[in-house]
Structures are given as structure tokens and as C-alpha cells.
Design a protein. Structure first.
Length: 136
């Protein structure tokens, strides 16, 4: 059985898992996946739950623009962008929290969203913070 060079394994993992950044010859800064394990890696320490929370509200201009889009029908791009931006912010906060905890990977990534008030939404990204290393 042949072993993959570490740099090639990192490139494969980057494509498969969308690392925030990769340094050749060094472990990636943070691996994030929706699965409960990482192929080619072994978990050396479970840290616990990591989470990132963002609370967003619509602004009046976006509300008017979205109203006009609803008249036409179809995708309401203003709200789609708001939702995508909120998820991206929650994801970034999740990674920052996992780094603070000393993790180099997040397993079982999930998102949740709740309306707190009319026009105010909480987006939560959460997962299990772990320390992993390449299997030899």
C-alpha cells in the first residue's frame, strides 16, 4: 500500500472539505466537514462543541427591494444574499471559536436559524471541535 505525500493529501482535503487555508508541508489551519470523521485522519482529542452565532435584521431599503421582487415572483435575491452572508459570518465565528479552543478540525457541521423577532434572525453554525492528525 502506497502512502500519499502530505502535500497531496492536503490538496485533496482542501478540495473535498474547503479548508480556509493550506500551508504546504504543514497541517491545514482548520478542517471543516459535515461528516463525523475525516478520511485519512485520526482524531487524537475531542474538545467539545464549537459554535458561531450571528443575529441579522433586514433594513428598510432591502425590504422595499424584496417587496418589489415578490411582485415579479421567483427568487428573492436580496433575501438570498442576506441569508448567505449570515451563514458565512456564523461559519467564520465557528472557526474562530474552534481555534480559541485549540482545535484544528470541526466535525458534524450544522446550521440552524430562528426568527427572534419580526425581521430579526439568528443563524447558528455548530459542530464538534477536535484535534486530528494525518494517519501514517
Amino acid at each position: 500500500m502506497s502512502r500519499q505525500p502530505a502535500a497531496l493529501a492536503q490538496l485533496v482535503a482542501f478540495v473535498a472539505f474547503g479548508f480556509r487555508s493550506v500551508r504546504l508541508g504543514a497541517p491545514p489551519l482548520m478542517l471543516v466537514t459535515t461528516t463525523n470523521d475525516l478520511a485519512g485522519y485520526r482524531i487524537v482529542r475531542h474538545i467539545g462543541v464549537a459554535r458561531g452565532v450571528i443575529v441579522r435584521s433586514r433594513n428598510i431599503v432591502a425590504g422595499v427591494g424584496a417587496f418589489l421582487q415578490t411582485i415579479k415572483g421567483g427568487n428573492i435575491t436580496i433575501y438570498t444574499k442576506l441569508a448567505e452572508d449570515a451563514r458565512a459570518d456564523a461559519h467564520a465565528r465557528l472557526i474562530a471559536h474552534a481555534e480559541e479552543l485549540g482545535a484544528n478540525a470541526i466535525l458534524a457541521l450544522r446550521y440552524d436559524a430562528n426568527e427572534i423577532n419580526a425581521g430579526v434572525t439568528e443563524v447558528l453554525a455548530y459542530g464538534t471541535a477536535v484535534v486530528v492528525e494525518l494517519q501514517q
